[in-house]
Structures are given as structure tokens and as C-alpha cells.
Design a protein around this ligand. Structure first.
Ligand code: CA
Length: 229
């Protein structure tokens, strides 16, 4: 299921987009400012971003530039401005496509499908190396594959997300609350969920809480992943 980030401050347009995209079978998250969008793409993987140019905090061109600074995710610009030179400039600045408001749902869906097709073709061709390595761990977020000392790990989606999140900040103690928010995308929940997943992950990494190698739990504080000494 393709995941879409909708960046749109107009509540009405936003709910309409969410409804239509969800009906079209996409997983949708939405935010109303450029800064929130940057936060989202820094933490989560999206297949496409729909970016409104008229946002309250940052100019659209600025927002696009900052997005491009952290991610290669396809970006479709949604603009009320029917300004050709502006659109050309944005396409040169890394936008993948654009739509002029008001646009139909069918039009948007067609653009999304085209962008996804292109992105898929490119990733298959180029296979960019975005592999995260920590000690003997190698995690490929693009292919959603992880290896430990050259052996493929058989992880569930959640275990993979958890491992990737921790491995992308090695040595940093992450609070359970943050894991809940970032990996489970919940603002509340009980620690047990996390502990259970951590223990499964631990088993797959061939270690125990008593004899940790990569995963270290700091009681009452959080958990960190670092290479074994
Ligand atoms: Ca707007």
C-alpha cells in the first residue's frame, strides 16, 4: 500500500485529499506546515509527498529545498498559482510533478501512479546504497532487508522498523515514549508492547537481555543499539 504524506494547511482541502487517497487504497498521513512535513519525512518512509505551496510557515520553494536536503521521496507540488516560470523552477529544484488547483481526484491519482512507477523503475535500476551499518548489522531500508554478519534476518514489519529506527542513531538512548511515537506512531500505549517486540528482536539477533550485544536496555530510561565491543 503506497504511503502518502499530504502537506496542506487548508483543513477542507486536506480532509478531502485524505478521504479520496484513503479510498484509493493509500496510507495517508497529513500535516499543515512545512516544518511538520520535514519532521515526518525525517522519521518515516513515504512513497510520495503532496506539497501545497502556500503554507503558513515556509515558502513552497524553500520547503521543497529543505525536503530535498533530507530525502529523495517523490514530491508532487500542489499549487493554486498558475505561474509557469515558478512551476518550471520548482521542477528544476527537485519536484517530480505538479498539479494546479483546483484538481480532480482522478488527476491526482494518475499523477501519483506515474510518480510511483518512475520511482520504482529508478530504484530498481540504480539500487542506491542507503544501507545502514552498525557493527555486523546491515540494514537496507529500501528493500526492507536486514542482515547480521552476512545472514539474512527474518523480521516482522514492526521488528524491522524498530531495528532500523534504533540503528539509524547508534549509541543514542531512545526513550520508550519516543519509540511508541516513531515506530508505532502512537502518542500513548504501554511499555509492554515495546518490551515484547524488543525481546523478539533480541532473540532474532541471537542475544538476551542478560547478555546483550547490540540491544541495550537502560531500565527506566530507554533502549539503545550499538555495535558490540
Ligand atoms: Ca495553502
Amino acid at each position: 500500500m503506497p504511503s502518502v504524506l499530504v502537506v496542506e494547511d487548508d483543513q477542507f482541502v486536506r480532509s478531502a485529499l485524505i478521504r479520496h487517497l484513503t479510498e484509493a487504497g493509500h496510507t495517508v498521513r497529513s500535516v499543515g506546515t512545512a516544518l511538520e512535513a520535514l519532521r515526518e519525512v525525517a522519521h518515516l518512509r513515504f512513497d510520495v509527498v503532496i506539497l501545497d505551496l502556500g503554507l503558513p510557515d515556509l515558502d513552497g520553494a524553500e520547503a521543497l529545498k529543505m525536503l530535498r536536503g533530507i530525502t529523495d521521496v517523490p514530491v508532487i507540488i500542489a499549487t493554486a498559482r498558475d505561474d509557469e516560470s515558478e512551476i518550471v523552477r520548482l521542477l528544476n529544484d527537485g519536484a517530480d510533478d505538479y498539479l494546479t488547483k483546483p484538481f480532480s481526484v482522478e488527476h491526482l491519482s494518475a499523477r501519483i501512479a506515474a510518480v510511483l512507477r518512475r520511482a520504482r523503475a529508478t530504484s530498481e535500476e540504480a539500487a542506491p546504497s542507503s544501507v545502514v551499518r552498525v557493527g555486523g548489522l546491515a540494514i537496507d531500508p529500501l528493500r526492507r532487508q536486514a542482515e547480521l554478519d552476512g545472514t539474512r534476518l527474518d523480521l516482522t514489519r514492526r521488528e524491522f522498523d524498530l531495528l532500523t529506527f534504533l540503528a539509524s542513531r547508534p549509541g543514542v538512548v531512545v526513550a520508550r515514549k519516543e519509540l511508541l511515537a516513531e515506530v508505532w506512531q502512537q502518542s500513548y500505549g504501554d511499555d509492554q508492547t515495546i518490551d515484547v517486540h524488543l525481546s523478539w528482536l533480541r532473540r532474532k539477533l541471537g542475544e538476551t537481555a542478560a547478555r546483550p550485544r547490540y540491544l541495550h536496555t537502560l531500565r527506566g530510561v530507554g533502549v539503545k543499539l550499538e555495535p558490540p565491543v
